[in-house]
Write a protein that binds this ligand. Structure first.
Ligand SMILES: NC(=O)c1ccc[n+]([C@@H]2O[C@H](COP(=O)([O-])OP(=O)(O)OC[C@H]3O[C@@H](n4cnc5c(N)ncnc54)[C@H](OP(=O)(O)O)[C@@H]3O)[C@@H](O)[C@H]2O)c1
Length: 234
């Protein structure tokens, strides 16, 4: 599908995978709605991408904030796709996880995805279809020591996505989930490009994969995409 002049929302667009995806889609003529909490990063990205001649709206706030999410979606009568990408991890033994860490991970990784889907589905139904892409992780399908909080949030995000897919396929709304291994981003509390992450996937590798999913012909849906760096066991 030609992406030119489509309208696509990306959550978690200030850094990492979301930022790289915004750049890739803008170069293809996509009009963007970019969502994150860091205003300076969004403003600089908006300046850079608007120069390419596409419309770039930015929305500063948390995906976990219901009022904010409703206000973002209210700006649109047509949304061709959303990439629910905002997310982060806390990695600790379960006995050491605080309640506020638990809540903040679930609020972002699970509730954030739910809120945007809930608000956008009626818009997509009214327009005869659309595409929801949820960025999960390979840990939506496997667990590890120290991963009880992050892995369970990604399992929940994935289960929500799978059930949603069954609900809205008849409305011509695609639901795709991306399961990735290690990506060289701020996620790991290191600078992008840090030597420790040299063997990881790059944000651009992820942006490429998501662009591929978005570009599938109208009658084709890539329901799931699993991607790893060759350096990571699977
Ligand atoms: N990096 C990896 O190895 C890896 C592997 C598998 C899956 N993933 C998934 O990939 C997604 C993107 O992560 P990344 O690797 O690109 O990490 P990143 O560089 O840390 O970027 C995370 C993005 O999410 C945004 N964000 C976090 N909490 C938010 C909130 N409450 N509301 C709005 N935006 C929020 C951040 O922006 P602000 O801080 O400005 O809000 C930032 O733009 C996440 O869902 C992550 O779980 C990453």
């Amino acid at each position: 599908m030609d992406l030119q002049n489509k309208t696509i929302l990306i959550t978690g667009a200030s850094k990492g995978i979301g930022r790289a995806l915004a750049k890739m889609l803008a170069a293809k003529g996509v009009n963007l709605g970019l969502i994150a909490r860091s205003e300076p990063e969004l403003i600089s990205l908006q300046k850079e991408l608007s120069a390419l001649g596409v419309e770039v709206k930015i929305f500063v706030g948390s995906v976990a904030d219901e009022t904010f999410v409703k206000a973002v979606v209210a700006n649109y009568t047509q949304i061709d796709a959303i990439v629910n990408n905002a997310g982060f991890g806390v990695f600790k033994q379960a006995e050491n996880i605080t309640t506020s860490e638990w809540d903040s991970i679930y609020d972002t990784n699970v509730k954030g995805t739910f809120l945007f889907c809930r608000e956008i589905v009626p818009v997509m139904k009214a327009n005869g279809g659309g595409h929801i892409i949820n960025v999960a992780s390979d840990v939506a399908k496997r667990v590890f020591d120290g991963g009880s909080l992050y892995c369970s949030s990604k399992y929940a995000q994935d289960a929500f996505s799978m059930a949603l897919r069954k609900e809205i396929r008849k409305d011509n709304i695609k639901v795709s989930v991306v399961y990735s291994g290690l990506v060289d981003t701020h996620f790991h509390n290191l600078e992008e490009g840090d030597a420790h992450q040299a063997e990881y996937l790059t944000s651009e590798n992820m942006a490429d994969s998501i662009t591929y999913i978005l570009s599938a012909p109208k009658h084709v849906v890539i329901d799931e995409l699993m991607i790893h760096p060759m350096s990571q066991d699977y």
